[in-house]
Design a protein around this ligand. Structure first.
Ligand code: FE2
Length: 457
């Protein structure tokens, strides 16, 4: 059995609405808006290989209003999913085993993240265009290409500049151009596209920005059709290449990118980055190794050994060159987040989903605690849920627009194995080890997924 089709990785296939959910505690009155969370849910049993990254996107929304909570979930109704519904079965291959003898058939599942920019709610997956969703109903409105201006895919991890309101993003491709950088202005118009030269085509999941720079993370997870033919997967782990960090001034272009070498590693997610004099500080969840094509098959990632993701701080010295990599923590962690108002600016606090020490649950990406990092003091606090529960990405929401950096709440979905159901916890960010301020009891489980965001009312 595929581990990504079992337990709380198994798809939830019903769409529905549940108003006025039971709440324990008190939902803060200031918390008015909607938490959107995206993740993969294969609507049909996969025909062949299946990886967590392949499932159809499903948006779960939890709206908090006047102390009450309402839930809704809908599939991202992609053209590919419509095709499969008409056929009554899965018709697309796994992304990790595209057939090199044909034009790749990629389903734009929109399954990875959901962001709101310039009033548009966009479901994102990195191999394709964004999919526009309707706020409120979660109806799928179709692919969105910035009025014809975006040619090529868009990362699932755009960055919203908290001062300019711009959305900065990139797209990568196994075909040239391997990497493009894009900027949408605060009104959502695509105003800039810049092809970026890279040394090899790679799976580039996320990037980082500062006030004046963008940082591309080129890891030695190399795409090639030879891989597909010879090894049965699209990506190979080639650590001899090392990992390279490409720093580009936001006012510059491809010719201004300077690459800095660091030890071979893989990073899905930075927490945040900022400038510190001539240095750039970049906090990341760093894997020592990432190979989709282990002897056990493409489903096997490293989530429990010494190469599993742990928070590290990279310090890129732009004057002398070089990258200093310092472990921040010895606990396995993923899905790092920062206060969105600090994106690209010096942050003191961050949050991540973490594995409790001593909790061993196999090789799947399951997390049992929420970890808060005080990076100024170098201390960590952990809200433990225990082996019987699994948590997703924690999301910080400030109490008010002008509140201090950790004055607010951490929102997190928690799956309870015994009840086979999920709940939504509102933690006080300044007291995350305390009992939740509020718990919203959801009508059913929410499968483990990827990323979510808060859209204030
Ligand atoms: Fe991600």
């Amino acid at each position: 059995m595929n581990p990504f089709l079992e337990g709380n990785f198994a798809p939830w296939r019903m769409e529905g609405v549940a108003d006025d959910l039971t709440v324990t505690g008190r939902i803060p009155r200031e918390l008015n808006g909607t938490y959107y969370r995206n993740g993969p849910n294969p609507a049909f049993e996969p025909a062949g290989r299946y990886h967590w990254f392949d499932g159809d996107g499903m948006i779960h929304s939890i709206t908090l209003r006047d102390g009450r909570a309402h839930y809704r979930n809908r599939f991202v109704m992609s053209a590919g999913l419509q095709e499969e519904r008409a056929a009554g079965r899965a018709t697309f291959p796994s992304l990790l085993e595209l057939d090199p003898t044909e034009v790749p058939r990629i389903k734009n599942t929109g399954n990875t993240n959901i962001v709101c920019h310039a009033g548009r709610l966009l479901a994102l997956m990195e191999a394709a265009l964004p999919t526009r969703m309707a706020q409120g109903t979660l109806d799928t409105l179709g692919e969105f290409d910035f009025d014809g201006r975006l040619i090529g895919p868009m990362t699932a991890h755009p960055k919203m500049d908290p001062e300019t309101g711009e959305m900065l993003f990139f797209g990568y491709s196994p075909f040239p151009p391997f990497l493009q950088y894009h900027v949408a202005d605060r009104d959502g118009r695509l105003v800039r596209t810049e092809p970026i030269d890279v040394a090899w085509p790679s799976m580039m999941h996320d990037f980082a920005v500062t006030k004046d720079h963008v940082i591309f993370i080129l890891c030695p997870l190399v795409f090639s059709f030879e891989n597909v033919r010879e090894r049965g997967g699209a990506f190979s782990w080639e650590p001899a290449r090392g990992t390279r960090l490409g720093v580009m001034p936001r006012s510059g272009g491809n010719a201004d990118v300077r690459w800095y070498d660091t030890d071979a590693c893989y990073v899905f997610h930075p927490m945040n980055a900022y400038e510190d004099g001539d240095a750039i500080v970049l906090d990341v969840a760093r894997y020592g190794r990432l190979d989709f094509m282990t002897p056990k098959g493409v489903e096997n990632l490293s989530y429990r050994d010494d190469t599993a993701a742990r928070m590290h701080r990279w310090r890129i010295d732009r004057r002398a060159g070089g990258v200093r990599s310092t472990p921040l923590d010895d606990v396995i962690a993923e899905f790092p987040r920062v206060d969105e108002r600090r994106v690209g600016r010096r942050h003191r606090f961050g949050y991540a989903a973490a594995r409790e020490t001593g909790v061993e649950d196999g090789s799947r990406p399951e997390w049992t605690s929420v970890r808060k990092y005080d990076l100024e003091r170098g201390t960590m606090e952990t809200r433990r849920y225990g082996a019987g529960n699994g948590v997703g990405e924690p999301l910080f929401v400030p109490r008010t627009p002008g509140a201090d950096e950790d004055d607010g709440w951490v929102l997190v979905l928690v799956y309870d194995h015994a009840r086979n159901a999920s709940r939504f916890d509102v933690l006080d960010a300044r007291a995350i080890t305390d009992d939740p301020v509020a718990t919203v009891w959801l009508p059913h489980r929410v499968p483990y997924g990827f990323h979510g965001n808060w859209v204030g009312a």
